[in-house]
Design a protein around this ligand. Sequence first.
Ligand code: GLA
Length: 406
Amino acid sequence: MSRFLLIMTVLLTVSPLRAPLALASEAMHFHARPGNGLALTPPMGWNSWNHFGCNVSAALIEREARAMVASGMKAAGYRYVIIDDCWQAGRDANGNIYPDRKRFPQGIKPVVDYVHALGLKFGIYSDAGGQTCQGRPGSRGHEYQDALQYARWGVDYLKYDWCNTGGLRPREAYATMSDALRASGRPIVFSLCDWGVRKPWRWGAAAGGNLWRTTHDIWDAWSGQHGFSIGVMNILDLQVGLAGYAGPGHWNDPDMLEIGNGGMTDAQYRAQFSLWAILAAPLIAGNDLAHMDAATRTILTNDEVIAVDQDRLGIEGRRVYRQGDAEIWTRPLVGGGEAIVLLNRGTRPLRIRVTWSELGLPAYLPLRLRDLWRHKDLPVATGSVTFPVAPTSVIMLRETPVRPRS
Ligand code: GLA
């Protein structure tokens, strides 16, 4: 045996060295997947989980899809009707996944066709592990078979969860499913859901993802923790520092909207919507669209806030000021303006002052300001502006520099 072979044999058999060597070779062999050209602005839609949990059926999905159209949400830009966990019942002798036959008596395909006939798109859920978070069959070992099945059904979007994944590496497991989706030949938006545990913002796009969850599940509350789930302010804090990872085709996902689910006030729901728009977050409603009140509908269909979310520059906003309970978040927009959110996190009313230096602008510059919740232009301002902000709420503005007259 040559000295080189001897050294290599020793290196490969001495157990403490094997794991690092394996890791290094895997890192070397991982190749970044090219983008799929989808989700050039953050996806908008509805998902069954936040409101209905496991209580999903063909009738429910079709009802919610109809409501998406009738409520004006489709006109406002919402497209994906996404069925989350619990649609799956088992695999047949050939390993093909099939749905719960009581809840989906005709199978999945007619539901997808129904959603498509309304001019909407259809999303489905699976898990990288052997079982989903609710113990239904996951896609582990069936990735290509499942992707092909979704494509045959006409699926347009896949949310891919991370329960029961012992022994799997997230980047590689997600890349396998993204390869499978690509091989299916159908354009399918790919939503990664490892709850931010393995910092998916660092590798999610390279693994073929269009969006990746950055946190554990949302809880329908302003702040605090409830088991695995956390409130809106907790989620917000975890977005700091992630803006540079987002862009057209690959977005940070701070989880779905809770607007209309009853755990927060309308002002708090306006805050979630405003902050998600500043964050260039996917806008996935999580309420019962068929039974929403006027306030909920008004929030979810605010076209000026949605325009911020969908701004085609695709630059995620950042927190530029924080003192006590007062925060200012800004997001650059196409055409040279910015969206601004003044946030009062606390329980006392505050006056929040925005100075032009926080906006990265010279103090002398006159700005046009528009209030995106009151739908009103405000007087042209120079240097700074101050707004009263009620407890646990926001003011959302859009600024545009006043163009010099020619
Ligand atoms: C996880 C996900 C949720 C939801 C449930 C379904 O908790 O993070 O968004 O999909 O699983 O079981």
